[in-house]
Ligand binder design. Structure first.
Ligand SMILES: [Cu+2]
Length: 239
């Protein structure tokens, strides 16, 4: 119903009411009848207007609902996409429950040596493959690289370390290890180091309080010659 129609009805109704209050003399009777018929036609017109308005509103609501549905679907898809992106690029889901460094230790290093390594067994306790692509430690300023040993020489392991679902990967002298390079001060036996492991899905898993231990062999070159010796030493000094 339009404002125009409403005000017309109000005016006509007011006219009837005013004339009625003025009394029921013959002279006013005719005017009252006129006013009454004006109210009736105004009401009829108002009814039509209201009907049209209701139909228009109905169409509009229908259009609005369709638009809202499209918008909701688009928003839903966008949310799903960004959730997937987030999962892939920024915030992986691996936790310290999922990845362990079993019997991990940092090889002690005197000041000036500049480099040492981290050993132990990485365990994947999830039902999917994981890919270690880097790490840092609480030791601060240093370069951190994942290394492998090829023909007795260590080098950066391209692509990092992949561990299959439920699997493990041994880090040991003469084989894959986590290398600490360009570190100036001593790393002394008895200290502990926190290691932050970084995975390809964006996960960061912190392994806390990894002990620093002195092992005799494999000073800088974790080649095949020293590997077996290290292993024996490791067992003698364990526990
Ligand atoms: Cu190395």
């Amino acid at each position: 119903m339009t404002t125009r129609t409403l005000s017309r009805m109000s005016f006509a109704t007011l006219a009837v009411a005013t004339l009625a209050l003025a009394g029921c003399s013959d002279s006013t009777k005719e005017s009252v009848d006129d006013a009454a018929s004006a109210v009736t036609s105004a009401a009829a017109e108002a009814g039509d207007d209201a009907k049209d308005a209701a139909k228009d509103a109905g169409d509009k609501v229908k259009e609005g609902a369709a638009d809202a549905k499209d918008a909701a679907e688009a928003a839903g898809k966008k949310a799903k996409d960004s959730a997937e992106d987030a999962h892939n690029d920024t915030m992986g889901t691996l936790t310290s429950e999922d990845v362990h460094l079993h019997d991990g230790f940092v090889k002690a290093m005197p000041a000036g040596a500049g480099m040492t390594a981290i050993f132990g067994t990485l365990e994947n306790h999830t039902d999917r493959e994981i890919n270690l692509i880097g790490f840092t430690t609480s030791l601060g300023a240093a370069d951190y690289e994942i290394h492998e040993v090829v023909d007795g020489k260590m080098q950066e392991k391209k692509g990092g370390i992949t561990i299959k679902a439920g699997g493990e990967h041994v880090l040991e002298p003469g084989a894959d290890h986590l290398m600490i390079l360009n570190h100036d001060s001593a790393i002394e036996a008895g200290a502990t180091v926190d290691i932050t492991l970084k995975f390809s899905d964006g996960s960061k898993v912190v392994v806390r309080d990894v002990p620093v231990r002195a092992i005799a062999a494999g000073e800088e070159d974790y080649g095949s010659d020293s590997a077996h010796g290290d292993h024996d030493m490791d067992h003698k000094h364990d526990k």
